[in-house]
Design a binder for this molecule. Structure first.
Ligand code: NAD
Ligand code: UFG
Length: 334
């Protein structure tokens, strides 16, 4: 099966390309390097020991998408290409809606023209807003997003629903990721954000490396076991396997609209992350309690049962593995 992977050089796209190639899929990659480096292509090839076809360019460029579909007999698409920084999205809503929503409309219209109707879309637990109860099931209410990034994911989910309602020969899987962390065991690829990281684990890794002097823990007065925010961290390699399982489901079903949480079902606090990182990597992480970060919720973790039952997805790696692998990448990189 030939799969177009948009955003293939990004954090999740690169790990998923490896899983796809190792599972016998042909990958055709697309990326404009707006948030990744060209060198990731060589890193992927080093790991899988195989070449794959790649196009440098923008998903907003419709003529490029037309060319890719013309030159390749594509069976399905996994769409990772998007901007993802929550804070930045509040400053640049137009750029976020264009890049995260218009790009998908471009893709869908070119897919339709080419009669390719199999799509896996990267959504996020952020679409649940502030959840009424945890663990969160897929049929929980969505909406109440607090930033344009989250709203862009909500809009695309709505568009995909409307598309499927208009033509139920489409075969779509929406994956709602919880908090992906960690890196490939090789240490060649991982999460490498530009500038100061906004997310917890990349920030902790920079503190461990001595590039930042301490971690600010955003709030210790949440309604959680130790007062700090609780999230469902999932190893990026597990998350990537989830995409292969989603594709297999689509291959079997031929048509439908499927929605799955990808998480472990376990919630860890910020203090759990610090303690576990210190223990498995034997490095002290200095931290200070700071005010809450605007827009943060107290607790968010998945009910992973639907993905287990319908696509056989169960996360294999535990928090210790995730934090060991995050550090293994950070200490070897740049
Ligand atoms: P990332 O920024 O590392 O990867 C995205 C890739 O897409 C980058 O390589 C970037 O250069 C590319 N890209 C962006 N816009 C493009 C465009 N218009 N044309 C071509 N390439 C473009 O992000 P990631 O963490 O790998 O996330 C992948 C997807 O998963 C995104 O849609 C993101 O919103 C979603 N997601 C991520 C998380 C997370 O915590 N990482 C959580 C939930 C959902
Ligand atoms: N945190 C700190 N200090 C930091 C960074 C984060 O204490 O320097 C805390 C946050 O307050 C939160 C937890 O660590 O309690 C996790 O924060 P992240 O920024 O790592 O992750 P979020 O849960 O806020 O958001 C992430 C992605 C979103 C995605 C969401 C749900 O950034 O894009 O998970 O999938 F939508």
């Amino acid at each position: 099966m030939r799969i177009l992977v948009t955003g293939v050089c990004g954090y999740i796209g690169s790990h998923t390309a490896i899983e796809l190639i190792e599972n016998g899929y042909d990958v055709i990659g697309l990326d404009n390097f707006s948030n990744s480096k060209e060198s990731v292509l060589q890193d992927i090839k080093k790991i899988v020991n195989k070449e794959f076809k790649f196009y440098k360019g923008d998903m907003l460029d419709r003529s490029l998408l037309e060319k890719i579909f013309k030159e390749n007999d594509i069976d399905g698409v996994i769409d990772f290409a998007a901007y993802k920084a929550v804070g930045e999205s509040k400053e640049k809503p137009i750029e976020y809606y264009i890049n995260n929503v218009s790009s998908v409309l471009n893709l869908l219209s070119v897919m339709k023209e080419n009669n390719v109707k199999t799509l896996v879309f990267s959504s996020s637990a952020t679409v649940y807003g502030s959840p009424k109860e945890v663990p969160i099931k897929e049929d929980a209410e969505i909406g109440g997003t607090t930033n344009p990034y989250g709203t862009s994911k909500l809009f695309v989910e709505k568009i995909l629903n409307d598309l499927y309602d208009s033509d139920n020969t489409w075969n779509i899987c929406i994956l709602r990721y919880f908090n992906p962390i960690g890196a490939h065991k090789s240490g060649f690829i991982g999460e490498n954000p530009n500038g100061i990281p906004a997310n917890l684990v990349p920030y902790v890794a920079k503190v461990a490396k001595g590039e930042l002097d301490h971690l600010n823990v955003f709030g210790n007065d949440y309604n959680t076991k130790d007062g700090t925010g609780v999230r469902d961290y999932i190893h990026v390699v597990d998350l990537s396997r989830g995409h292969v399982q989603a594709l297999k489901k689509l291959e079997q079903e031929k048509s439908g609209l499927f929605i799955y949480n990808l998480g472990t079902g376990i919630g860890y606090s910020v203090l759990d992350i610090i303690k576990t990182f210190e223990k498995v990597n034997n490095i002290k992480i200095p931290y200070e309690i700071a005010p809450r970060r605007s827009g943060d919720i107290d607790i968010c973790y998945s009910n992973p049962e639907k993905a287990k039952k319908e696509i056989g997805f169960v996360a294999k790696y535990n928090l210790e593995d995730m934090l060991k692998d995050a550090w293994n990448y950070e200490k070897n990189s740049h």
